[in-house]
Design a protein around this ligand. Structure first.
Ligand SMILES: *Cc1c(COP(=O)(O)O)cnc(C)c1O
Length: 330
């Protein structure tokens, strides 16, 4: 069975840096969508509460309800409730959705500042405000999302300027937020009401050195247990397609994990564990072989390394990990 450990020490280390940078724990809204980036929704919620984080961001109503007891404020990014809730707030992503929210719902308006994915157009703001009023909703914040917070192409500054203009124009007494992890760390001086931080809290933020030299600590490690071992003579092969061939006498063991647990199959042949153990052949559904005899093998402890092997991003490596894998806080 594959298993996951979560380092509370590293999580708290990251949260210390994040809350310092955002000028207070109370400014930090921890993003818990997609099973807390694969770390385990309840495990992370519980650690966050212990640290003193009172705000969370999730994708769905179901996630919000699951963690309601841990937080004072929960923002749902993409769902519509059946009834209004005291501490769960909902995002208006489209002007036509306003009429779908039940009376009394606490809402936040997402404003499109250039990502062109979700959000109300700036030209629609006044109409949105009156629709929200007619519908009897409680509007509490305006927010936006950056398309290029970890890139150097000038788009970040442009979106920021557009959002600043929105802030200046809006006379209502509202909260404002726009920063994800990368935006928080590239800002010289954070000055908004809240930061929506995901990947930095999980320790896998990556951005150009010229924007930030911050070093955070990954909190998730994936382990797998040995099922069987054997000796291979030179020329013997391993696994589906027999794609690995021993170039000398070696010992190989099969471990009980694979893409069925959400480990990316693209890493076949190239994945090497943190202690330098090499993979032998293809990652299969529940079995993957390594040149090792260890009873339990640390498969990875930094999703960024796996992401490099698989030509993807750490977000995908982490959120791919299935919820059936047992998670333990250490
Ligand atoms: C996922 C998400 C975040 C968190 O982004 P990170 O890069 O993980 O910090 C923030 N805001 C919104 C709207 C998101 O969807």
């Amino acid at each position: 069975m594959a298993s996951i450990t979560l380092s509370k020490k590293n999580f708290f280390y990251n949260l210390d840096i994040i809350s310092k940078r955002s000028y207070g724990k109370d400014k930090v809204a921890l993003v818990l969508k997609d099973n807390a980036y694969g770390h385990g929704l309840l495990e992370v919620a519980q650690m966050a509460q212990e640290y003193g984080i009172s705000k969370a961001v999730v994708r769905t109503n179901a996630e919000a309800n699951a963690v309601a007891k841990y937080f004072e404020y929960i923002l749902v990014l993409a769902d519509i409730p059946k009834v209004a809730s005291e501490k769960i707030l909902y995002t208006i992503n489209d002007i036509h959705s306003i009429q779908k929210f039940p009376k009394g719902t606490r809402v936040e308006l997402k404003v499109n500042t250039g990502m062109n994915r979700n959000g109300i157009e700036i030209s629609e703001l006044e109409s949105a405000f009156s629709l929200v009023k007619t519908q009897g909703l409680q509007l509490e914040a305006l927010f936006t999302h950056h398309a290029c917070a970890d890139e150097l192409d000038g788009v970040y500054e442009l979106q920021k300027e557009i959002f600043s203009e929105v802030k200046r124009k809006v006379s209502h007494d509202l909260r404002f937020h726009s920063c994800n992890s990368a935006a928080l760390f590239r800002e010289q001086r954070f000055d908004e009401d809240m930061v929506r931080v995901g990947i930095a809290a999980y320790g896998c933020l990556e951005m150009p050195e010229s924007l930030s030299k911050i070093k955070l600590k990954p909190i998730l490690s994936l382990y797998a247990k040995k099922i069987s071992s054997r000796v291979l003579q030179k020329g013997e092969k391993v696994g589906y397609g027999l794609t690995f061939e021993a170039d000398e006498f070696c010992r190989v063991s099969n471990y009980d994990f694979g893409y069925g647990d959400g480990f990316i199959r693209m890493c076949s042949h190239i994945h090497t564990t943190p202690d330098g153990t090499k993979i032998a052949g293809r990652i299969s559904m529940d079995n993957s072989s390594f040149l090792s005899e260890k009873e339990e093998l640390l498969i990875f402890n930094d999703a960024r390394v796996v992401a490099d092997f698989a030509n993807t991003i750490s977000y995908e490596v982490l959120t791919s990990l299935k919820s059936h894998i047992p998670r333990k806080i250490i």
